[in-house]
Design a protein around this ligand. Structure first.
Ligand code: SF4
Ligand code: SF4
Ligand code: SF4
Length: 193
């Protein structure tokens, strides 16, 4: 497919059609790596269970290829769901917060945590890290199901991108602190000589 230099890259166009849950069921480390793999011809369009048949049809239309059924080796398409934390069982370990790609969980260390249902994509990535099994998946509320697929994926992408930027900034600040600490230590050692 011809792509002009001004238009979004093919990877961007494919990525825009993916659900942005970052669940990894397609066997890639998130939606964009899967989009890259489709664009470069190394992955099929039928590997995203959250996107289901509608998502496959969108990809087929974009790429001008025939649609096909979801490859269920990668998982089944499920009804929309959200995570729910049984708060009285939560020990406040924060592992679910670290696992959530869209910052849909609120809480602090040693305090109970809660899911912001309207931001939850139902990716289930927080479920297995919970050491006390107090996260369960429930049917998504109307606030989630009333939005179109495009609205939901755009919102999830905004939150995921914001989280990635924040993480990058935190890593850079950590590296800078470590550098300053090392320099201070070297100065101290030099002063002692
Ligand atoms: S939503 Fe689809 S494309 Fe994105 S990581 Fe999950 S399976 Fe892969
Ligand atoms: S709360 Fe859990 S299921 Fe919901 S988006 Fe975050 S990690 Fe995924
Ligand atoms: S992983 Fe489980 S126990 Fe830990 S903070 Fe999250 S909900 Fe609570």
């Amino acid at each position: 497919m011809p792509v002009s230099p001004e238009s979004p890259s093919l990877t961007d166009q494919i990525n825009a059609l993916l659900p942005q849950t970052q669940c990894g069921q397609c066997s890639f480390q998130g939606c964009r790596p899967y989009a890259e793999a489709i664009a470069s011809g190394v992955a099929d369009i039928s590997q995203c269970p959250p996107g289901g048949d509608e998502g496959i049809r969108d990809l087929a239309d974009l790429l001008g290829v025939p649609a096909k059924p979801l490859n269920t080796e990668f998982g089944l398409h499920k009804p929309p769901s959200v995570a729910f934390i049984v708060e009285q069982d939560c020990i406040g370990c924060t592992k679910c917060i670290a696992a959530c790609p869209v910052d849909a969980i609120l809480g602090a260390s040693k305090f109970m945590h809660t899911v912001i249902a309207v931001e939850c994509t139902g990716c289930e990535l927080c479920v297995s890290p919970c050491p006390v099994d107090c996260i369960v998946m429930q049917p998504a509320p109307p606030s989630n199901t009333e939005r179109s697929r495009a609205q939901k994926s755009a919102q999830a992408k905004r939150r995921y991108d914001a989280r990635c930027l924040r993480k990058e900034k935190e890593e850079a600040e950590k590296a800078e602190r470590a550098k300053k600490k090392k320099l201070a230590l070297l100065k101290m050692q030099a002063a002692k000589k």
